[in-house]
Write a protein that binds this ligand. Structure first.
Ligand SMILES: [Zn+2]
Ligand SMILES: [Zn+2]
Length: 157
């Protein structure tokens, strides 16, 4: 089995378990949304997801998209970010199963989101934790700026 299929299977099982535990309906829409989320590699908002479902001829209501995202965040299958590059407050999401901890570059012009990993972040976390006597469980780091590759403004993520 491909790694992505394996991830999706694990994610489905986890969602199923969560819906059962909560007494929520295990509707096919929720699983279709999960599948869409796990087929993407970007940082999308709820509207992107809603549009994508419609383009794939799997129309679901906005309410279903929103409340399924809530459930996915709560069971740790999706991470939610509040990037501050936009006047509108809109959460952006990405799949989280099988993903490494990473930091983000957010373009305030075209709103493109890029990821990077730097092992020094782990060092900082350890050092600060030790010197401040603080157990660091997670962190988020976002750099805001703009693209310098000349393509900025042509993408609409
Ligand atoms: Zn990311
Ligand atoms: Zn840009």
């Amino acid at each position: 089995m491909q790694e992505s299929n394996l991830l999706l299977a694990t994610a489905r099982a986890k969602l199923e378990e969560m819906l059962l535990a909560r007494g929520l309906r295990r509707s096919s829409e929720r699983f279709a949304i999960l599948e869409e989320v796990y087929s993407r590699n970007d940082h999308f908002d709820a509207e992107d997801l809603y549009q994508a479902m419609h383009q794939k001829s799997y129309p679901v209501s906005r309410a279903t998209v929103y409340n399924t995202l809530e459930v996915l965040v709560e069971c740790g299958l999706v991470s939610r970010h509040q990037f501050g590059d936009n006047d509108k407050v809109r959460s952006r999401y990405e799949k989280s199963l099988g993903r490494q901890q990473h930091a983000h570059l957010v373009c305030t012009v075209c709103h493109r989101v890029t990821e990077f990993c730097d092992p020094r972040l782990h060092l900082i976390k350890t050092n600060v934790g030790q010197s401040m006597q603080f157990q660091v469980d997670s962190h988020s780091l976002v750099f805001y700026g703009h693209c310098t590759d000349g393509d900025c403004g042509n993408v609409n993520e």
